[in-house]
Design a protein around this ligand. Structure first.
Ligand code: GUN
Ligand code: ZN
Length: 353
């Protein structure tokens, strides 16, 4: 058993999600081996209330430090690690000119393994201990990421990207094989240690109706696996979906029509929504992944937090690397400045860094 004395930020397991943060300025965290021998939280709370219960336990005093739970990144692309900051005139040209060519490189297992281990190390270095990540359409890219996460004991959910149209040679998959690969990878990795599988249609424009239908059938057959995709990120993308699926009420309802909206479905962006879309998110139990740095970098727009809260649907923060520009921050920040530079600027521009 070992204890740590520091400021501690933690979250109550239940109750109002907006008010569940608990902060102990002078806290104590007691760690002991859990059921599987891995260190687990034994007790946590204010130092003055807990210390007397653990006399003689070795205590490390981390004065001036804050202990917090690991961060969760709700949407990130590991194959985009090496193209962060690629220039773009919006989502669709960015995918065509930078993202797809880089993702084609993951046909090679060695490249997948090299990027996967760097990516996992980078997440952990930034305090992220759980992530829902895209791989590429190549099955070996999924094996590489699961393998790297397993080696570091990370909570990682990923899946083979489904994209059987509007994608270049070397990245486009074949409808039937893509669904067979999904089922094989799901059986191999889902529930292994801290790993989980996500059925991963890239976004409606890159999937034929047959592929979306197959993905929905797999999602119904395996209700405990996750679903991840993109929706309503960019105005040109929304217009394209309207052309491709003219019978659908909205972009989001394309996914509903194919059985891809349910609990454990996480949709990235959710920017260009109307009130009916928000109600559909709430009714279905799906959640949004919100990526402010990506939305700014790609000029996509802003997530409507008030609209989501009004309806009461769930959302969480995400980096969306490589549309997002940092593993550290999912929200934009001002560049670091010296205190002298900060003093010399007008107060209105002294946003926190
Ligand atoms: N929509 C479809 N694919 C992608 C992607 O890789 N990144 C982002 N930001 N949006 C997408
Ligand atoms: Zn994304």
């Amino acid at each position: 058993m070992k204890a740590y004395r520091a400021a501690i930020l933690r979250f109550a397991a239940d109750g109002d999600p907006h008010r569940c943060a608990i902060y102990d300025e002078d806290g104590l965290l007691v760690v002991a081996p859990g059921a599987s021998g891995v260190p687990a939280v034994h007790a946590v709370g204010p130092y003055r209330e807990l210390a007397a219960r653990f006399p003689g336990v070795e205590t490390e005093h981390l004065a001036g430090r804050i202990i917090a739970p690991g961060f969760v990144d709700l949407h990130i692309h590991y194959p985009q690690t090496n193209m962060i900051g690629a220039p773009a005139e919006g989502l669709l040209p960015w995918l065509e000119h930078y993202t797809f060519p880089e993702e084609k490189r993951f046909a090679a297992s060695e490249y997948s393994a090299q990027v996967a281990s760097f990516f996992i190390a980078e997440l952990l270095r930034n305090g992220v201990t759980s992530a829902l990540a895209f791989a590429t359409s190549h099955p070996n890219s999924v094996d590489a990421l699961f393998g790297a996460a397993q080696a570091r004991g990370m909570r990682l959910i990923t899946g083979k990207v489904l994209q059987d149209r509007h994608s270049p040679d070397g990245l486009r998959d074949e409808t039937e094989q893509s669904l067979l690969d999904t089922e094989r990878l799901l059986a191999k990795w889902h529930g292994v240690g801290r790993l989980g599988y996500a059925i991963t249609p890239r976004f409606a424009p890159s999937c034929t109706p047959e592929q979306l239908r197959g993905a929905g059938l797999l999602a119904a057959k395996h209700p405990d696996v996750w679903i991840q995709s993109h929706v309503a990120e960019n105005r040109d993308e929304v217009a394209w979906v309207r052309e491709l699926f003219p019978a659908a009420r909205s972009y989001l309802s394309v996914y509903q029509d194919f059985g891809l909206l349910r609990e454990r479905a996480i949709y990235a962006h959710c920017i260009h929504f109307d009130e009916a879309d928000r109600a559909l998110m709430k009714e279905s139990g799906a959640a949004a992944a919100v990526s402010p740095t990506s939305n700014l970098f790609l000029g996509s727009g802003f997530f409507d937090f008030r609209g989501a809260d009004r309806v009461g649907y769930r959302y969480g923060l995400a980096s969306d690397v490589g549309g997002g520009t940092s593993f550290t921050r999912s929200t934009p920040c001002w560049p670091r400045t010296t205190s002298a530079a900060r003093r010399s600027r007008p107060a209105a521009s002294c946003a926190p860094d």
